[in-house]
Write a protein that binds this ligand. Structure first.
Ligand code: NDP
Ligand code: 8X3
Length: 250
């Protein structure tokens, strides 16, 4: 019987590439996001309703998340892999000029949404001796100006992943924190409020990671033998590395 992966945020970027990668290996996929048209197109691309199921809901909405998961049909209910990918960054403002609504949107999506769907699926994942793969970020470990709350949410995702791993160790459930660096996707358009020129400038000359690179790593993590757990995996393009600490001088 085919295994099943549920991938949050499958309408673009990493999530879409992950869905394509798992489907290519014969997994059934449950795809979530808020854009029904994109979910429908991906279901058709990945083999139709026998192989892929679309769940359209806002991950910040617990009632909608519960309703979406309540009716999972046979063939999609026994989830072996949960890829917690839905998330976003909004803005680059320093904390002192940041928009509080943007901060709350990041917290509600990247933290509250992620822990809600994880909790709701834990019994299933334990029954399947499955795997949870969470999209954290290099921002989990490396702060930068303007990264304030986004980095805080991703530090939460990394630490939550490690704690979850401790709790689930005796249950045979594997947990991994994936921590990508500079990657090309709509993430940067969302962060810039849809500014295509800023997007082009951001990536110019960088040869960034592509969603397929991240999908490959995630599939590798999921397909390792049952006794092998990758705790965290930090991934950067070769063009990206570290810089000295900033020093403010009066
Ligand atoms: P994209 O913007 O391409 O994709 C984000 C996905 O999240 C979309 O499918 C979107 O679906 C979904 N999403 C966002 N908000 C909600 C919501 N409220 N409810 C349901 N779904 C939602 O970004 P990436 O693929 O690049 O990012 C995926 C993850 O990887 C994020 O968690 C991000 O923080 C992380 N990451 C990204 C990096 C990058 O540089 N790109 C680097 C490191 C980590 P829809 O809009 O249809 O709801
Ligand atoms: C996205 C990577 O460095 O822009 O999580 O925060 S970064």
């Amino acid at each position: 019987m085919a295994k099943t992966a549920l991938i949050t945020g499958a309408t673009s970027g990493f999530g879409k590439a992950v869905a394509q990668r798992f489907a290519r290996e014969g997994w059934n996929v449950v795809l979530t996001g808020r854009r029904q048209d994109r979910l429908d197109a991906l279901v058709a691309e990945l083999g139709g309703p026998e192989r892929a199921l679309a769940l359209c809901f806002d991950i910040r909405d617990e009632t909608a998340t519960r309703a979406a998961l309540a009716g999972l049909p046979a063939g999609f209910a026994d989830i072996n892999a949960l890829v917690n990918n839905a998330g976003l960054a909004l803005g680059y403002n320093p904390a002192q000029t940041a928009d509080l609504d943007q901060w709350k949107t990041m917290i509600d999506t990247n933290i509250t949404g992620l822990v809600t769907i994880t909790r709701l699926l834990l019994d299933t994942l334990i029954a399947q001796r499955g795997v949870v793969i969470n999209l954290a970020s290099i921002a989990s470990s490396w702060p930068y100006p303007g990264g304030n709350v986004y980095g805080g949410t991703k530090a939460f995702v990394r630490q939550f992943s490690l704690g979850l791993r401790s709790d689930l160790s005796a249950k045979g459930v594997r947990v991994t924190s994936i921590e990508p660096g500079l990657s090309e996707s709509e993430f940067t358009l969302v962060r810039n409020g849809g500014d295509q020129a800023a997007y082009d400038k951001f990536y110019a000359g960088t040869n960034p990671l592509q969603p397929e690179d991240i999908a490959e790593s995630i599939y590798w993590v999921a397909s390792l033998p049952d006794h092998v757990n990758i705790n965290s995996l930090e991934i950067m393009p070769v063009s990206q590395s570290w810089a000295p600490f900033q020093i403010h001088r009066e």
